[in-house]
Design a protein around this ligand. Structure first.
Ligand SMILES: [Zn+2]
Length: 217
């Protein structure tokens, strides 16, 4: 079986990590997550890591050039050549998508598929709206799926439970709107090249996996 080359696009919490882990386990595909790679470079205190961190600390996006260089370093490895890759969090801009096309051409590789994991906004809002977090120990509960033993109190430490700021419907709607707006150009870039497959991420992980890999493995 020849290695596969995929890009996964989707908002936080959509199950990208689950799919990347399944692909890694079943097909041996190497996951390259831009977030993880940034952290590794920062921890290793490389020049690129220090540079990236100077932006992250200020709450700014890491510039295209730095991001592309970090990803290119990983993509050019023998391991990726052998195992193929799943990209998560990259490319995030048109310039990054262009750079990836150039790099792959230089490596004589091509993308098999770009997957956009799509969620129904109101389903996400409803799921997160039931979540309650302990302000002391961080334990997460859910009104429907994992209610605490006593209403409104943490089972572990008796602290009152609160809805987290991140889970509020208006915060969730805004986060997903921003995500969609930012990734739209990249999604269209791949759609125009016939590489895009939109997948309903509200299905079971197995059904999503089957759709991601259908016809390419
Ligand atoms: Zn607690």
């Amino acid at each position: 079986m020849s290695p596969i080359h995929l890009v996964l696009i989707g908002p936080p919490g959509v199950g990208k990590g689950t799919q990347a882990a399944l692909l890694e386990e079943r097909l041996g595909t190497r996951t390259l997550s831009s977030g993880v790679i940034f952290r590794q470079e920062i921890e290793a205190e490389t020049d690129l890591g220090r540079l990236a961190n100077s932006y992250i600390k200020r709450g700014e996006l890491v510039p295209n050039g730095i991001t592309i260089e970090m990803m290119a370093k990983r993509l050019r490895s023998d391991e990726v050549r052998r195992r193929g890759f799943v990209l998560d969090g990259f490319p995030r801009t048109l310039r990054q998508a262009d750079a990836l096309q150039e790099l792959l051409a230089e490596m004589e590789l091509h993308l098999d598929r770009v997957v956009s994991l799509e969620v129904d906004l109101e389903v996400v809002v409803a799921r997160l709206a039931g979540r309650l977090g302990c302000t002391k120990c961080g334990e997460i509960y859910h009104a429907a799926n994992k209610p605490p033993g006593r209403e409104g109190l943490c089972d572990k430490c008796d602290t009152p439970l609160l809805m987290r700021e991140d889970d509020r419907p208006e915060t969730v709607r805004e986060r997903l709107r921003v995500f969609k707006e930012n990734t739209q150009p990249v999604v269209e870039f791949y759609e125009a090249r016939g590489l895009l497959r939109r997948i309903d991420a509200n299905q079971t992980p197995e059904a999503v996996y089957a759709s991601i890999t259908e016809g390419i493995v």
